[in-house]
Write a protein that binds this ligand. Structure first.
Ligand SMILES: *[C@@H]1O[C@H](CO)[C@@H](O)[C@H](O)[C@H]1NC(C)=O
Ligand SMILES: *[C@@H]1O[C@H](CO)[C@@H](O)[C@H](O)[C@H]1NC(C)=O
Ligand SMILES: *[C@@H]1O[C@H](CO)[C@@H](O)[C@H](O)[C@H]1NC(C)=O
Ligand SMILES: *[C@@H]1O[C@H](CO)[C@@H](O)[C@H](O)[C@H]1NC(C)=O
Length: 387
């Protein structure tokens, strides 16, 4: 997180636009995953607080259902929550089916939601349980807490499971002590939660993870990226697995080298063990003279031969950055997409058709009164001229 967020209440009232989902559509067959461009699925009412919506995320459930959520700046009271939208037709139509509300802190669920489906029975939760991690923060932004909620009915109802970590006020300045931006992943019978951490007095911000064997109790934090320069602010971990078994994380390197002012170049690290990224060297994503900056997201698709294709989004480009050489530093390429640039755009490759890539955005950091939630589904093979 790289910019101060402000909370300005808009004076105007407006209307929520919800695209209704047909009752019966359901996709198993990849022929039914259609491509489309920049479809708006939620326009916040004008009485929402600036920036109204931001930071969208999705999950694809075992049966192909998609769920989406985002930071939702609805007028308070009631306390803000993470909306849960569902699509049964690979992202074409969506409807609201649930809400993740703060059940324990009395603060609201305010920033940085992340959705994850347990692929197998874990810690007493059945396979298919949906987890939502996010940052619970009171209206005055005086505290931060990364909490995990679970749904055993595909996102309709939610129950609090655990507090992972707690930090100070939700202001991204060096010397403050908040935590930010959780990302969940299973690894070897453990649930890993990666996040950004400003609590260590030696680092303006660093990246850490904690692990759990039951979603309830969590190990102590372990560093993933920490630079010796105090003012460095590595942030926003996302992780994907490569076909050779190794893992790649991307992050924004606040204070990274090569820029005239303070910037947030997109970096990546690779390690066979996703709990040991601190041992790896970080490299920038660079294509010619293009240096993508801020709020990256990484995923991988099997399309494109033995190495498949690593796909990275950034906060400064509507293009995607791809690497078909397992992360080789000199092998990044850039391709246009129809999805507009947004803060922390989200990527998802469909399980049943690895050539279909969902890109979702929810607009820009405040001040913004035009943010909405929209997505594109593109054909990767066509985009990369592979077919
Ligand atoms: C905000 O606007 C929506 C849509 O116009 C309306 O339904 C809702 O009651 C308004 N909320 C407040 C607190 O004014
Ligand atoms: C993490 O790596 C940095 C070097 O990049 C090193 O200075 C630091 O000691 C490491 N932290 C741990 C906990 O090993
Ligand atoms: C796959 O990755 C390896 C390792 O970087 C590279 O040598 C090889 O050329 C890549 N294959 C393709 C088709 O790019
Ligand atoms: C959605 O936001 C974009 C700017 O990010 C704007 O150009 C577009 O008009 C908005 N669409 C709707 C339907 O509000």
């Amino acid at each position: 997180m790289f910019s101060l967020r402000c909370a300005l209440v808009s004076l105007f009232a407006g209307v929520a636009v919800v695209v209704a989902a047909p009752a019966s559509s359901f996709h198993h067959d990849h022929d039914q995953i259609s491509t489309f461009s920049n479809k708006v699925i939620f326009t916040p009412p004008t009485n929402y607080t600036d920036p109204r919506v931001l930071y969208s995320r999705t999950v694809e459930l075992l049966d192909g259902t998609l769920l989406a959520t985002w930071e939702n700046y609805s007028p308070e009271p009631p306390l803000v929550y993470f909306p849960i939208y569902q699509s049964k037709d690979a992202g074409q139509t969506w409807s609201e089916i649930g809400k993740v509300t703060d059940q324990v802190n009395g603060w609201g669920l305010r920033y940085q939601p992340f959705l994850y489906e347990l692929p197998e029975e874990f810690g007493g939760f059945p396979a298919g349980t949906v987890l939502c991690a996010g940052n619970s923060i009171p209206t005055d932004l005086s505290q931060t807490r990364i909490d995990v909620y679970a749904s055993v009915d595909q996102g309709r109802t939610w129950k609090f499971v655990s507090h992972v970590a707690a930090g100070g006020k939700a202001v991204p300045d060096n010397g403050e002590t908040p935590i930010w931006e959780p990302f969940l992943m299973m690894y070897k019978d453990q649930l890993v939660i990666y996040y950004s951490d400003q609590r260590d007095p030696l680092h303006g911000q660093k990246l850490v993870h904690q692990t759990s064997r039951n979603v309830e109790t969590w190990s102590d934090p372990v560093d993933d990226v920490s630079y010796s320069t105090y003012t460095a602010r590595p942030g926003m971990t996302t992780v994907t697995q490569l076909p050779d078994g190794r893992y790649m994380m991307t992050y924004e390197y606040g204070g990274g080298p090569g820029f005239s002012g303070y910037s947030f170049p997109v970096y990546y690290r690779i390690n066979a063990d996703p709990l040991k990224f601190n041992d790896s060297i970080g490299y920038p994503v660079v294509v010619g003279s293009t240096h993508p900056v801020s709020s990256p997201y990484v995923t991988w698709s099997s399309v494109g031969g033995k190495n498949g294709t690593i796909i990275v989004s950034s906060g400064t480009n509507s293009q995607i950055f791809v690497n078909r050489a397992l992360g080789d530093q000199g092998k990044w390429e850039m391709y246009n997409t129809p999805q507009p640039v947004a803060y922390t755009r989200h990527l998802r490759v469909f399980k049943e058709d690895q050539s279909k890539l969902l890109i979702m955005g929810a607009g820009h950091l405040p001040p913004s009164t035009t943010n909405n939630v929209s997505l594109s589904v593109i054909d990767l093979a066509k985009t990369l001229n592979l077919s």
